[in-house]
Write a protein that binds this ligand. Structure first.
Ligand code: DGJ
Length: 850
């Protein structure tokens, strides 16, 4: 010892934090054997030590301040036939070094003494193994002493419990080792089965049975990336939101990964993604990059539900299948428009097909507007190993280069779990998450919109728009939205879809009073004004294309394909990204009274390719989508109070990554009330009512009351020219808007309980119940033409209270009688409703009697 140094301090087992010791069977005992008797090995009794049952392990962070460890280890005399081993390892610069290995120690042998030099050691790992599973090893760790200077050793968690109200995800995190998953679901530690599975299976891991979730081509051509745990940050963003950041590193290549998991404790939501940093001086190529890999409960059969649909029937098809052995993969290669035909969300129900209000279930949705995959891997265990079920999801593996010293973030995967609440509870978890920030301005009040599209398409002039505004104001509309057809000049006037996209100047021939005139006209009629744009596109017939033909996407050396006579702009070019941002930002800056933007996107990725990207063409869709998110983030930052509707020929772009920047989405171009029921039903699994724009339209089946009631279960609006429908129908719309405005605060914050599914029955019900269960609104729809009187059974009420029921939004054929009923009756016998002999609907308000 240097003579200027003071004598060292000592750490002993009394300083160990037992909460961080992982042991499968019981809590460890201080100064006693696990049996409760005094510590005794080979007839020698020890006063000081720790009694455990192997397997067990714990970690110390030495802060590089420790000097020396001494101690003894043995099998306790109360453990006849027991045998086990103890290994002490250190981690120096993230690499493991074995400091002591006891080899197998048997019952009846003398305790083995050990000592080791700890200079420069960062972490110390104590690992106790059982050698003979038929006779558990009671291991005694005795008289341990660690000398240190300055900073005392500290017990660090070896398992991290990512916990929400009803779900736990246990992660084994040992410094210098790969992360493991100990299970997900309703598990309680320490009963969890250690599945010893690396959290991100990759080429250098031992798990060959599942696909790689992460694959990086290193500069030397190797396809491997191996990640070991360095440390963990736990950050409470609020009392309800906790962020875990696991720092992982490849011990060989300069790749680090931050695995981020955000938990919403009350909503049982998990939001996870990876941040992959390439610290080398050369680019690496990223292939597989799943956002998450989750070991789901595997001890029961499981059913998977997925949603599909295309233009006009988005999410209207529900598929449920028993998860087979092997791999089940859902994917979409839409590149920039990904919900058609398959939507990037899934529901898993354990033990039985999904039920609305009961059963263990899991749901996930990928927040990404590009190509994606969801993968279930079911491995049967056989005689010796338990059955396993893994779920992984992420962006599809187009090769992308990650430049030197840069970071790539994967999309977020959102998932939730319920031990017993069925898929209804999963949906409510998603809705609450959306309101808490999963969608932009999740809780802002939504305006009643009249959108001009189906009323006048592009055939209008100023007088027509102003007369529509008169009609809209008379109905009680709060926001007049001028759709496509207001821009482009000269030979590029937008009078049909052959010209004008890209030229975002008002068509002064059609609208001589300009936007200022239209905004003032709306304001005079007590309404706000909104505008349609499709800024990521260009028509070949446009000033923009004449000036910048190279701004449109083009697969090198191929003929350009058109969809709806237009091309996608190439946002991998920063100048184009800036143009798109400015197209909208300039309008909003010049006209601060534009309160609503309908952001459309009507073309798929037909010409994926960019002169910008050289041999990195695989990155284009990724760069395109990231640029769109960036543009939206800038717009939201600068125009936080403008409502941005997400539209893509209807629901062609609806996913949670986009919805971070949008208040609502145009669910479908299908405005037929009856056909819209299964569409909105599909969306309701993941999105709350106030995110789903639904307009009373002029076309299709269903009387106007039914159309209005369908719209009322979402964000109600109107999509017609008021003078084109009869006064009787206008009166129905007027009445519906009045009722909707009264119910809106309840409908847009209530818990949704779905009744019968449109996939199974002509009768479908949706009940919105306030969280305290004091009020509710029931919507019942009958899609066929048979007259029917039926008791409609509700759910989600308080069975011990009574409710007053009144019909709301009635027409001249009352569907139900007012009365009081107990919650119990309503949820078992139901309320009688008479439906007329045509597709029809009924709405009832329930108020709890004090
Ligand atoms: C597609 C949208 O879904 C419609 O509502 C309308 O805005 C048109 N585009 C306009 O071109």
């Amino acid at each position: 010892m240097n003579r200027h140094e003071t004598s060292p301090d000592f750490w002993t087992l009394a300083n160990l934090n037992p909460n961080f010791l992982r042991q499968c069977f019981a809590a460890p005992k201080f100064n006693a054997a696990i049996s409760g008797k005094p510590l005794q090995v080979n007839s020698v009794t020890y006063a000081e030590g720790l009694g455990m049952q192997a397997p067990a392990y714990f970690f110390l962070n030495l802060h590089k301040s420790a000097r020396q460890i001494t101690g003894k280890v043995g099998i306790d005399d109360a453990s006849p036939h027991g045998s086990g081993s103890f290994r002490l390892s250190g981690f120096k610069n993230g690499h493991p070094v074995v400091l002591f290995d006891s080899q197998v120690i048997y019952y009846g042998e003398a305790a083995k003494a050990f000592s080791a030099d700890l200079t420069d050691i960062e972490f110390l790992s104590f690992d106790f193994h059982d050698n003979n599973s038929s006779s558990p090893a009671h291991v005694d760790l005795l008289e341990v002493k660690i000398s240190y200077k300055n900073q005392a050793p500290e017990t660090v968690p070896a398992n991290v419990q990512l916990a929400t109200k009803h779900a736990n995800w246990f992660i084994g995190a040992r410094p210098g080792k790969p992360l493991t998953q100990l299970g997900f679901g309703q598990l309680s530690f320490p009963g969890a089965d250690d599945v010893a599975l690396v959290t991100y299976p990759h080429r250098a891991s031992a798990n060959f049975a599942v696909d790689e979730t992460l694959r990086i081509i290193q500069p030397d051509g190797s396809h491997s990336v191996a990640l070991t745990f360095k440390d963990l940050d736990i950050v409470f963003d609020s009392a309800n939101i906790c962020r875990y950041i696991f720092h992982l590193a490849d011990p060989v290549y300069p790749i680090t990964v931050d695995w981020v998991v955000k938990t919403y404790i009350n909503e049982d939501m998990f939001v996870t993604h990876l941040e992959i940093t390439n610290s080398s001086a050369q680019p690496v190529t990223l292939l597989n990059r799943d956002s998450a890999f989750i070991a789901l409960p595997a001890n029961s059969p499981a059913w998977v539900s997925s949603f599909s649909g295309g233009w006009g029937d988005e999410l209207a098809n529900l598929h449920e299948e028993l998860l087979p052995h092997g791999i089940l993969r859902h994917q979409n290669r839409g590149a920039v428009r990904n919900p058609w035909p398959d939507w990037p969300g899934t529901i898993v129900s354990f033990n039985h097909p999904a039920k609305e209000n009961e059963g263990e279930a899991f749901a996930a949705a990928l927040a990404w507007t590009g190509s994606w995959q969801h993968k279930f891997t079911r491995l049967s265990g056989g005689r010796l190993m338990p059955e396993k079920l893994y779920f992984s999801a992420g962006a599809l593996e187009e090769p992308i280069q990650v430049a030197a010293n840069s970071t790539y973030a994967t999309p977020e995967l959102l998932f939730t779990y319920t031990p017993d609440g069925g898929k209804g509870q999963l949906s409510r978890n998603f809705h609450h998450y959306a309101w808490l920030g999963g969608i932009y301005n999740g809780q802002s009040e939504r305006r009643v919109v009249l959108n001009s599209w189906e009323g006048v398409y592009m055939k209008f002039d100023e007088a027509k728009i102003i007369s529509m505004m008169d009609g809209a104001a008379d109905l009680g509309v709060e926001m007049y939205v001028l759709d496509d057809g207001w821009f482009g000049n000269g030979k590029f006037q937008r009078n049909d879809d052959f010209a004008g996209l890209g030229d975002w100047q008002i068509n002064s021939a059609k609208l001589p009073g300009g936007l200022a005139g239209l905004i003032a006209a709306a304001e005079k009629r007590g309404m706000e004004f909104g505008l349609w744009v499709e800024p990521e596109m260009v028509n070949p017939n446009s000033k923009l294309f004449e000036q910048h033909p190279d701004w449109a996407m083009q697969t090198p050396n191929r003929t350009r394909l058109q969809a709806r006579n237009q091309y996608l702009l190439d946002l991998s070019n920063p100048a184009v990204e800036e143009f798109v941002y400015k197209s909208v930002a300039d309008i909003l800056s010049e006209y601060p009274k534009i309160h609503y933007i309908k952001w459309d996107f009507n073309c798929s990725a037909y010409n994926l390719g960019s002169a910008q990207l050289g041999n990195n063409q695989g990155a284009l869709s990724d760069l395109q989508n990231q640029a769109y998110y960036r543009i939206m983030a800038r717009l939201r930052h600068n125009f936080p109070l403008v409502t941005f509707q997400l539209c893509s020929s209807g629901g062609g772009r609806v996913e949670f990554g986009s919805m971070k920047y949008h208040e609502e989405f145009w669910a479908s171009d299908e405005t037929n009330g009856i056909l819209r029921i299964p569409i909105q039903w599909g969306y309701s699994h993941f999105f709350p009512a106030n995110a789903i724009a639904s307009h009373i339209g002029r076309y299709g089946e269903g009387d106007f009351k039914l159309r209005a009631d369908v719209a009322m279960t979402a964000r109600l609006g109107v999509e017609l020219s008021p003078d084109a429908v009869t006064e009787e129908n206008r009166a129905t719309i007027r009445q519906a808007i009045k009722v909707y405005k009264e119910l809106r605060p309840l409908l847009h914050s209530a818990d949704l309980y779905r009744g019968r599914s449109p996939h199974e029955s002509p009768l479908t019900e949706l009940t919105f119940v306030t969280p305290d269960k004091s009020a509710a609104v029931l919507f019942a729809f009958k899609r066929n033409s048979a007259a029917k009187r039926e008791n409609i059974v509700l759910s989600g009420l308080d069975s011990n209270r009574r409710y007053l029921i009144t019909e709301v939004n009635p027409d001249n054929e009352p569907r139900l009688m007012s009365g009081t009923y107990s919650g119990k009756e309503l949820m078992s016998i139901g309320i009688p409703i008479s439906f007329p002999a045509r597709p029809s609907s009924a709405v009832a308000k329930l108020t709890m009697i004090k």
